[in-house]
Ligand binder design. Sequence first.
Ligand code: BJW
Ligand code: ZN
Length: 249
Amino acid sequence: MTISNRLQSLLKHVESVCVLTGAGISAESGVATFRGVDGLWSKLKPEELANFNAFMRNPELVWEWYDYRRKIIHNIKPNAAHEALARLEELVKEFTLVTQNIDNLHRRAGSKRILELHGNIERSYCIECGKFAENIEVTKEKKVPRCISCNGLIRPDVVWFGEILPEGVFEAAIEAARRCELFLTVGTSAVVYPAAGLPITAKNQGAYIVEVNTERTEISHIVNETLIGKAGEVLPCLISIMEETRNKK
Ligand code: BJW
Ligand code: ZN
């Protein structure tokens, strides 16, 4: 892998890093991405499925969909890319991992400071009274879970189109993007806002932006460097360079 002299030098000295991850970082663990030829939504448009109206029209289908994905996630493991980011957090003074993923793989890999922009597949709440529900199981008999307090519909605690991001979480992500010297955007098509605006915010504040993806994206023309390759290969390489050069002070 070839990287610029500027990135080489940053890897040696950088103390403040912010990373934005998307579905592509979990692809090598066996989680399908949303868009692209193998994407979950190659046949169905995400904007049409991941929204509250779709849930109200057909909660059974939406629950089936999340239950299916949750089962997959329970049966797989974080990959070398998740692990590399957990290691990166130990190497620098200031680190923030901003993820669009709901799959918990960063936490399972050992990352600590994680901002989940789009919620978490393990949590659910009642759309009537807001009460959180734990260990939600959908079964053949009970295809749509109901609230034990008010019998309202329970929904997954994820962020659908047209919904605002969890309070304070996006603000913290902006703050991290503004403060960092190096911003990595990994495995995201960068088409969904406001997440896709974070690299731009970071760049406007003078950060160096590096994209890691198997192909060019919507923001490739904005970033300073695009490293084409699998996150599970590229990120461990970057971390090795950091470990080697930082030891040699
Ligand atoms: C690999 C790889 C390997 C593969 N290694 N790479 C400003 C401008 C325009 C529109 C808007 C705007 N602001 C808001 C909007 C509207 C909307 C939006 O962005 N629409 C666009 C589609 C046009 N945004 C919203 O509605 C957001 N809310 C909001 O803004 O609130 C304020 C508001 C409220 C009311 C009115 C107006 C504003 C909410 C967005 C919520 C997104 N939710 C989902 C579902 C989450 C739950 C779930 O998981 O089920 O989030 S949609 C889906 O897309 C999911 C993802 O997190 C998100 C991003 O996808 P991601 O991660 O980038 O995945 P892919 O598949 O697209 O890309 C994978 C990439 O990996 C590819 O590039 C591959 O090449 C790569 N890859 N293998 C490295 N091994
Ligand atoms: Zn309720």
